[in-house]
Design a protein around this ligand. Structure first.
Ligand code: B16
Ligand code: MG
Length: 220
């Protein structure tokens, strides 16, 4: 029985890929490190410092921890400038209506994101009030594929993990959901993950509330 749906943020509710790419690219250019859109794809769902480690794989020299902290801060400064421009028009199709309809069915909704910027992004999109809980990178030590962010969301909702369903677009995120003991819907790249209950290209092409209603009918 599904009592709550936990949405990943980047790639499910909003596409911030390009903002991440522009910010990491500016840092990589400053340091003379090659960085492509393909490299950027590997950063999906991965925390800021782990993303930096991936960017630095192609660096010609090693960096001190202090330098790394400085680089992550520089990237985030650029990224925050870009996400400050987000508006409700940037919501991915189907995301808002899925949350509204699920709540109308009595299903709790939450965000489970690795991003420390998640609360600001939700504010810019104007959808903070659509979620009963927001679990993000500020409240966890280990990021996806560790289950921490989804377990935190379940705890905030006071719903046990087996009654939570996760919606994810990143392989690391699907692994995190499975590690949390939760069922998972895989979108985009994650749709072919062998562990997902069902895969779809995007929320706009998949009727999540109807799927949840049918699932709950079958399990009662
Ligand atoms: P920040 P998600 C993730 O968000 C992004 O997919 C990933 O690319 C990013 O590095 C991570 O958040 C951390 O973001 O630097 O803003 O804390 O997909 O888990 O919603
Ligand atoms: Mg994501």
């Amino acid at each position: 029985m599904i009592q709550a749906v936990i949405f990943d943020l980047d790639g499910v509710i909003v596409s911030t890929d390009e903002c991440h790419y522009q910010a990491w690219k500016a840092l990589a250019d400053r340091e003379g490190i090659p960085f492509s859109r393909r490299d950027n794809h590997r950063l999906r769902g991965v925390s800021r410092m782990e993303s930096l480690a991936i960017v630095l794989e192609k660096a010609k020299r090693s960096y001190s921890n202090e330098e790394k902290r400085g680089m992550a801060a520089y990237k985030n400064e650029l990224y925050v400038r870009l996400i400050n421009e987000l508006t409700p028009d940037d919501l991915l199709p189907g995301a808002q209506s899925a949350a509204v309809r699920l709540r109308g069915m009595g299903i709790k909704t939450a965000i489970g994101s690795s991003s420390k910027n998640a609360p600001a992004i939700l504010e810019h999109l104007g959808i903070t009030r659509l979620f009963d809980a927001v679990a993000d990178g500020n409240g966890i030590k280990r990021s996806k594929p560790a289950p921490d962010v989804f377990l935190l969301a379940a705890k905030m909702l006071r719903i046990s993990p087996e009654h939570c369903l996760v919606v994810e677009d990143a392989v690391a995120g699907v692994d995190a959901a499975i590690n949390a003991g939760m069922g998972c819907i895989g979108l985009g790249d994650a749709k072919r993950h062998p562990g997902v209950l069902v895969g779809a290209e995007a929320l706009g092409l998949f009727d999540l509330p109807v799927w949840v209603a049918l699932h709950n009918t079958k399990t009662t």
